[in-house]
Design a protein around this ligand. Structure first.
Ligand code: NAD
Ligand code: ZN
Length: 352
């Protein structure tokens, strides 16, 4: 098993374990659950695309003598709401989960965000373990301890809680339908753009056939390095938001998948990077995004609606909108950008 360790103030808080075939192996329960006295039950949270995975894992865990139950939340962003969290809390009441028990999220980023949020808040905090089953979940959402639900805008309510373990099976990800490989590629490319030029080159050379195990390993390294240095997003961690200021706004305004929205957001951020940070590789970035089948333009959203959602974002101060820009591939900076500059840049993705 390849293991990557996330640190907080130098102390290990989370283990990311990556091995092809691990979810079908009899070692899955022992790698999934940290050894710990006092655990009597394990509550699985999942969604449509991962129900069978979750049920199989729950059976394997039950065979070790623990009580298990599975709860299915609504698919996609509908599962990442206060109502969805409340339904999960009521379910946890019903099945009698207690402080020593563990919540396991099995699914895409919406499941890992919701399961993490429920675990962070139920009984003031339970242990959480994550099994990302989408590429996007594995390279980004499941890693780093940010959890949350959408309230009028993306991730407006949330909490920090590190998953004790993240178990990733690249063999499962290899078998994903192409649209999910495309969506996940957006965050993997983001990781490359902010912290790993080799990962960018890998996608340029191989496109969507880039070996998943390598993609996951490299993207998790970027995230682990950044998060381990900065858990609560005061400094470097902000770099992970590249493409997300406009991306989150477009995601909510247009109701498109997160990965698509991040792609559009990176195109806008790339243009602002060119004019404000000397980014000379904007065309190269956009070419890569487009070549992977990700959108670089969007129709049917109004600039006013997008800007209202940008205003809802938390990364603002009196000098402007704090955005992540690129000086070069692998060299992110955080800079205040005037609201009018962001609004004007929306035209590069067809929002006008
Ligand atoms: N917390 C973080 O740091 C962080 C980082 C990045 C993204 N996110 C969040 O992640 C979410 C997006 O996650 P996502 O892209 O995984 O979307 P998603 O969770 O909506 O999943 C996408 C689809 O994949 C299906 N699915 C899941 N596993 C599958 C499998 N193995 N085979 C086939 N289908 C499967 C699901 O049922 C769903 O229909 C967004 O809400 C975003 O805000 C969070
Ligand atoms: Zn994202």
């Amino acid at each position: 098993v390849e293991e990557k360790i996330i640190l907080e103030a130098g102390v290990p808080v989370s283990r990311v374990r990556i091995e092809a075939g691990i979810l079908d192996s009899e070692r899955a329960p022992s790698l999934l659950l940290p050894e710990r006295p006092g655990r009597a039950g394990v509550a699985f949270v999942t969604h449509a695309g991962a129900v069978e995975r979750a049920a199989t894992l729950a059976r394997a865990v039950a065979a070790t003598g623990l009580r298990t139950a599975v709860h299915v939340i609504e698919d996609r962003e509908a599962g990442k709401t206060i109502a969805s969290a409340e339904a999960a809390y009521l379910w946890l009441n019903d099945i009698g989960v207690t402080r020593g028990d563990t919540i396991v999220g099995v699914g895409g980023g919406t499941v890992t965000d919701l399961a993490g949020f429920v675990a962070a808040t139920y009984l003031r905090g339970l242990e959480v373990v994550l099994v990302p089953t989408t590429l996007l979940g594995a390279v980004d959402a499941a890693i780093g301890g940010k959890t949350g639900v959408n309230v009028g805008g993306k991730n407006i309510v949330g909490a920090f809680r590190h998953p004790a373990v993240v178990l990733v099976d690249p063999a499962v990800l290899e078998g994903l339908p192409k649209p999910l490989l495309v969506e996940g590629a957006a965050e993997a490319v983001k990781a490359g753009l902010i912290g790993d030029p080799v990962l960018v080159a890998l996608y340029e050379r191989e496109g969507l056939s880039a070996p998943i195990a390598q993609v996951v390993s490299r993207a998790v390294d970027v995230k682990a390095r950044i998060v381990s240095g900065d858990f609560t997003e005061q400094g470097e961690r902000m770099h992970l938001n590249y493409g997300h200021t406009v991306g989150h706004a477009v995601e909510t305004a247009a109701g498109i998948p997160h990965g698509h929205a991040v792609a559009v957001g990176m195109v806008v951020a790339g243009a602002i990077s060119e004019s404000h940070a000397g980014f000379a590789e904007r065309a190269r970035q956009d070419r890569l995004i487009e070549s992977l089948g990700l959108p670089i333009r969007i129709t049917g959203v109004r600039p006013g609606d997008v800007m209202r959602l940008v205003d809802l974002d938390k990364k603002r101060d009196d000098r402007g909108i704090r955005m992540v820009l690129l000086e070069a591939i692998g060299r992110p900076v955080v800079a205040p950008v005037e609201r009018a500059t962001v609004e004007a840049a929306l035209t590069v993705v067809g929002i006008d």
